[in-house]
Design a protein around this ligand. Structure first.
Ligand SMILES: [Zn+2]
Length: 273
């Protein structure tokens, strides 16, 4: 049994602000410890359930957050950026299950800590095949292309509610209840970790019940940028279609191709404000 873990940061218990997930801020050092302990809880649970191989993909910002010396040595760590599949790089090599830890709500979610979708500065909304998507949805569709079901999602209540609507059968752990974009009632990390441990174990023990989340090709991406200047740069990508001032369309043959376009759009938007 092989388990893949994509670990983000905004959905970890105790984290409620951009400052806490920004490496130049003094609070960041505490955040990475909170993060690695939730990841270790999932690793513990997966091992108890019978997993023999675990890959953890650091999936936040620089993707160099998790201190490897604090990580359970039974897991390997994929650290750094840029990666073609970004938050789910490595899943293409073949896994039985995927866990998404510390995830956050889609851009525009109500009462969701640090809600955004891949870029907090550039993306107003993103949809695939006409359906509004969170990072959970986009990454689940990538995993699904490679035949890997998402079995566990943790984050705030908005995040796990979105995951349940999209994935239907998925174990979830709500680490906090947001009362705004930058405030939440947080459960104690010890309780969150224990629930992650239990649900990771159950997910592995009941692995056969989970189904990959697959979108039907071709995969149509529609992205609305925060400003028209972002779309001016993004439309330089061949194959993109400008729909209006802030809106672009791209159609790919499959999920990885469309995701590459999304990543290229976001890199291009960094050239302007
Ligand atoms: Zn993040």
């Amino acid at each position: 049994m092989k388990v893949y873990i994509s670990a983000d940061m905004e959905g970890i218990s105790g984290i409620v602000s951009w400052e806490q997930v920004t490496d130049s801020h003094p609070e960041y050092a505490r955040s990475v410890i909170l993060m690695v302990r939730e990841v270790n809880a999932a690793i513990d649970g997966a091992l108890l359930g019978g997993t023999d191989e675990i890959l953890v993909n650091d999936s936040h910002a620089s993707m160099r957050n998790l201190p490897i010396e604090e990580l359970n040595p039974r897991a390997s760590l994929l650290s750094g950026n840029t990666k073609p599949l970004s938050m789910v790089q490595g899943v293409e090599s073949g896994f039985d299950l995927a866990f998404f830890l510390g995830y956050h709500g889609a851009v525009g979610s109500n009462q969701a800590i640090c809600d955004h979708s891949y870029s907090s500065s550039s993306v107003f909304s993103v949809s695939l095949n006409g359906q509004a998507m969170s990072e959970t949805g986009i990454n689940a569709a990538l995993c699904g292309f490679y035949g890997v079901p998402v079995a566990l999602v943790s984050g705030d209540e908005a995040t796990v509610a979105q995951a349940r609507v999209l994935l239907t059968d998925v174990e979830t752990v709500a680490a906090k209840r947001a009362v705004g974009r930058f405030a939440a009632i947080c459960r104690h990390p010890l309780l969150v970790r224990e629930e992650i441990r239990q649900k990771a174990r159950r997910a592995v023990e009941e692995a056969v019940r989970f189904r990959p989340y697959c979108l039907t090709p071709p995969i149509k991406l529609e992205i609305v940028f925060s400003q028209s200047s972002k779309a001016d740069f993004a439309e330089l990508l061949p194959g993109s279609q400008r729909l209006d001032g802030r809106r672009l369309f791209f159609q790919g043959e499959n999920m990885p191709e469309t995701f590459r376009a999304l990543q290229a759009f976001l890199l291009l938007t960094r050239a302007t404000n």
